[in-house]
Ligand binder design. Sequence first.
Ligand code: FE
Ligand code: FE
Length: 277
Amino acid sequence: MQSMTLDTWDEDVRERYDPNRTKDQFRQYNDDTPAVVREFYRQNHARQTLGFVLAKQREYGSLNHAEMGIWEAMEKLDTLVDDSDPDTSLSQIEHNLQTAEAIRRDGHPRWMILTGFIHDLGKMLCFYGEPQWAVVGDTFPVGCAWSPKIVYAEFFADNPDRQRPELQTAYGIYSPACGLRNVHLSWGHDEYMYLVARDYLPEPAQYMIRYHSCYPVHREGAYQHLLDDHDREMLKWVEKFNPYDLYSKSDSRPPLNELRPWYEDLVAEFFPAKIRW
Ligand code: FE
Ligand code: FE
């Protein structure tokens, strides 16, 4: 089977959360979903166990995989562009730039523009050999019962955590209103970039990066019983950020060379020349 590219996933998530999609179309879509997308979620849901997530947090939490600047990471990531579809594919740098430019046009603060610019740099995980199912896709809490609102929730039938009754209750290993930041989410580019960038950005930016793929929470309203008031305050920023991520792609290609000096200044305002990855 043809493997799914990072671009396929971006495309899929944009369609799935299209605000003009009716409930009816949504169901139809589930039935005729491309096989690569279904296969992607089949693997993701079967393999993202609590044990896997804790191991990845340990493996990457020490940030000893690389030492490089934001631009170096951006250029490295850009080589990941899918060349099977040269007309419609945007490179990763173009997606990051379009997201940032849309935020900038709406007059949001500089830290939020920067957040748009770097939000997907965690896809760097691909360079460390991580499979797609551990890099992209909607994220969801592990260590407690899966919400039926998670896309393709039926594929959790093959997840080994299904056999651990202590993880199959509403709270699982968590306590009521423990706070989303104390909940382990499935491993991917969101959590990794949060670990890399958290020391340099204000808290709303950390939430935007860390939870931008957590559609079950920020879009579907699942897992309310784990959230606290602080999360509810911060998730407003995640919701504010999401349309820029999803819907800026239809905009024209950003003129990278023209914009580059402005973004170099912005990056330098918040980040040192090199950071740990
Ligand atoms: Fe992303
Ligand atoms: Fe994105």
